[in-house]
Write a protein that binds this ligand. Sequence first.
Ligand code: ADP
Ligand code: MG
Length: 580
Amino acid sequence: MIPARAALAAFVAFIATAPLFLPEFQVALLDYIGLATLISLGLVLLTGVAGVMSFGQQVFAGIAAYTSAVLTTRYGVSPWLTLLIGLAIVAAVSLFLGAITLRLSGHYLPISTIAWGIAIYFMFGNLEIFGKYTGVPDVPALASGHAMYYLIWAAALALLVASSNLLDSRSGRAIRALRFRAVMAESFGVDTARLKAVVFLYAALFAGLSGWLYAHYLRFVSPSAFNVNAGIEYLFMAVIGGASHVWGAVIGASILTLLKEWLKGLVPSGIGASGNYEIVVFGVLMMLLLHRASAGLAPVLARWAIAPHRRAIAPQAAPLPRRAHPAAGVALLEVRKASKRFGGLVAVRELSFGMRAGEILGLIGPNGAGKSTMFNLITGVLPSDGGEILFLGERIDGLAPSQIARRAIARTFQHVNLIGAMSVLENVALGAHLRGRHGTLRAMLRAERAEEARLLAEAARQVERVALGAHLHDAAGSLPLGQQRLVEIARALSADPALLLLDEPAAGLRYAEKQVLAALLRRLRAEGMSILLVEHDMDFVMGLVDRLVVMDFGEKLAEGLPQAIQSDPGVVEAYLGGVA
Ligand code: ADP
Ligand code: MG
């Protein structure tokens, strides 16, 4: 096992010295690998991490390449200026395409990326100014000798490190939640639509930079380099290399470039015929590889060779500022005739209840009573069909979950909503998202380390609070369910909430674990926390809550002190009937 830093240093040393000992032909291959790395790196962020599949990244490379080719050859503009112009156009196009396509769900988004890929390819091929299908020749060189090689690799290495920094930050945690945990991220204040657009923009800019370098490296630009096939290849590179791993971009770009080169020489001579047989062999090899390592090669190599990387925690980091919490007894939450229908089913029917700061209110009822639906109305995950919800006197129904999170309401999920591959520490740090403010650019430059240290220290404190300190660096998905529920609570606590909403935190816990959880909730109340506890398990809530609201078939059945509820005939009939 070698440390990640040593592996990086070895790779940089190889890149720096390769032209000194490799034949020109192989240096040229490395040039192509560097150019492809830039594009597939964007796809690692966009597709592998954020879950937005694009077959159209070659378009952004093409736009920057043609911009530079046309402006330098026809108008004599300096290539360094055309880089800025090209990237500006790429940014504008990607923001426009992102605005219309990122909303699309399921298969429609990848299909639309193919559509724009085809459209722009034909635009390059048919317009006079772009030289139609013959292209634009005599693009000026940027540098002579190996300088171009070093320029390409300086760009690739810089962006690899920047991307790696990005994923290791406050914004990076939010980006890693986009693919499968967008609802959760929204609930902790992440504006997921905006963040997706930002990642889309970065991926487009990476491709644009590659296209600009390509135009001045090859000194010739033609449409064939930017057809849909190219887009598919870049996606392949990211997937083969390991789409969720920054270094997967280099691995994928290297493997595809070298394999294509090797097969091109090998296959036709072997079967004595010409034609694109290498593509067939290539396809078969890719299928075999994905069959063996479905997450790509980077995670496999990392497991074998790279020592696991642990985020360092600085316990001496200054604590994050805490907000002023409402004084005990203040009217905190007021639900007035809230309703929610799913088609013909009325899941919540004109439900009203209130809670005061500092109390634990239990919302109980049999399965299907509408508890989680009520919970999702309060947190904005579901839009309500009627009624009002007020928090500290302000209406919050109709607000987006991320806006409700800003009002210091934090929640857990009935179905545990953690990022399984991410450490407990980082999952919990995501809860403190709104307590940091530095964005993606600072993260890439590692200029937010002071804030990041405070966020991680806070997360570590909350993990200690739920007694999971021993599992700080374990992948959240590797813990048993009971502990994952505690991680959910720690994540909600790191938001410094004024109101904590817990949806069946005791489900799936063993008796001893429930005792630990109850003790934790009592401790939180003693510290002044207000808790709305949705629970199915009567025994668990009875000794714990201050007051109870009982739901059945979407309606309020009873409300009052636990003792009174326990002996309420209606409740006993509807809820405890089978048990008693
Ligand atoms: P509880 O949390 O009390 O067990 P829920 O709020 O999850 O109950 O569900 C209340 C009722 O609404 C159930 O009959 C459930 O099947 C239905 N329901 C919940 N969510 C949806 C949904 N997204 N679409 C359709 N029906 C739903
Ligand atoms: Mg439920």
